[in-house]
Design a protein around this ligand. Sequence first.
Ligand code: FAD
Length: 391
Amino acid sequence: MSQSLSTDVLIVGGGIAGLWLNARLRQQGFATVLVECGSLGGGQSLKSQGIIHGGAKYALHGALTGASEAIADMPRRWREALAGTGELNLAGVRILSDAHYLWSPGTLAGNLTSFFASKAVRGRVDQVKGEQLPPALQHPKFKGKVYRLAELVLDVPSLIARLAELAGDGLLAARQIEPLREDGELCGLIVDGREIRAQRVVLSAGAGNAALLAALGVEQPAQQLRPLHMVLAKGPALKPLYAHCLGGGPKPRVTVTTHPAADGQWVWYLGGDLAEADGVARDESAQIQAAQKEMAALLPWVDQSQTRWATLRVDRAEPAQSGLVRPDNAFLAEQQRLLVGWPTKLALAPDFADRVLASLQRDGVQPATHAPLPELPRPALGQPIWEALLP
Ligand code: FAD
C-alpha cells in the first residue's frame, strides 16, 4: 500500500469547482490534495462555452430573483482575477471576448422590455452598431439589434491550465475512492489503496458526485442531469461571434461562442435552445441539419461550403430541483466532515469556493501541520473538445 497522507482539505474532482477551490484554499494557507480520475477540466468544464454570466440571460424571462443575484457580481470578480488583482491570480488566461452580446435578429424589441427593466442589466447594456458589432455580424445585409452585455468569454483550456499551475504539488490522479472511517465517522478517503486523512472532504466531481455519494452510503443531496446536444462548426469563413440570439421565447434560440483551433481556424460552438429538448431528441445528422438551417437563416452571407460540423452530447450536473429548473447559485451541502456540491455554472466557481470557505470558518477549521506531500501521480490536462471532434 502507498504511504498514507494527511491534509486539511481533500477535494475530489478537478473541474472548475475543485480547481478554483483548491487554489483559494492554498492561498489561505490550507494544505490540500485534489483527486481526479480523468483529466483536469475533462468533465463539463472544458465542454462549457466559457461565458462568465452576470445573470443577463435569466433577466430575459424575469427569473433573476434577489436570491440569485450572487451571479450579478461574478463578472467583476473574474475580471479582477484575470487582471491579477483579485482573489486568485489568473493573469495570462486568455480572454476570448471582453463582452457577450444579445442579438435580436428581427423586430423583437417587445420581449426586451422587461429585460431592460431588470436590475441585473440596468445600466450595463449598450446597443452597438457598425464597426462595434461582433465581426461575424459586420455585413451590409445584417439587420437586427445587438446589445453589449458586461459578460466576458474565456478560453477555458487556458483557465484550467492556469488553475492546475496554482495547484502546485497537490494533484493526484486516481481511480478508486472508498471511505476512510474512524469510530464510524468519515475521517478521509482511501484513494487507490492509499489512506488520506483530512479535516474536510469536498466532493466537487460534477456528474460523478452521485456515484461518490452512493459509495459513501450518503443519500442526499440528489443530483439531476440536464442533457444537451451541442453543435460545433469549423471553417475558414467563420468569424468570431459571442452572442445569445433571441427567438420569440424566453430562452436564447441559439447561443454562439467562438473558439480558436490549433490550426488557426475559428470554431463556432452552438448551444441555447438548439441544444435543449428538441435538439437532444434529434440524432447527430438531424441536429447538424437543424444547426445548418439556423445559421444559414441568421447569417446568410457566411459561405459555409467548407465548414465541417460535429455534435457533442453532454449532461449538465446539478443538484436536483423540481421541474428541471436551472439553479443560479452555487450549491453546497454539508454533513459533518463531508461537503458536496455543484457550482451549477463555470461562472459561479468563486461562489462555490466562498461557500466552502464559509463552512470551514464557521466550524473553526484552521490550517494544521502536515508532512510534505511525496511526488504524486499527476492527472493530465483535458484537451479542447474541438480538437478531438474537428481536428
Ligand atoms: P466538471 O467540470 O464536470 O468536473 C468534475 C471533475 O470530477 C471531472 O474532471 C471528473 O473527471 C472528476 N470526477 C468525477 N468523478 C470522479 C471520481 N469518482 N473521482 C475523481 N474524480 C472524479 N457555465 C458557465 O458559467 N458558462 C457557460 O458558458 C457554460 N456553458 C456550458 C455549456 C455546456 C455544453 C455545459 C455542459 C455546461 C456549461 N456551463 C457553463 C456549466 C459549467 O460547465 C459547469 O457548471 C461547470 O463546468 C461544472 O464544473 P465542475 O467542476 O462542478 O464539474
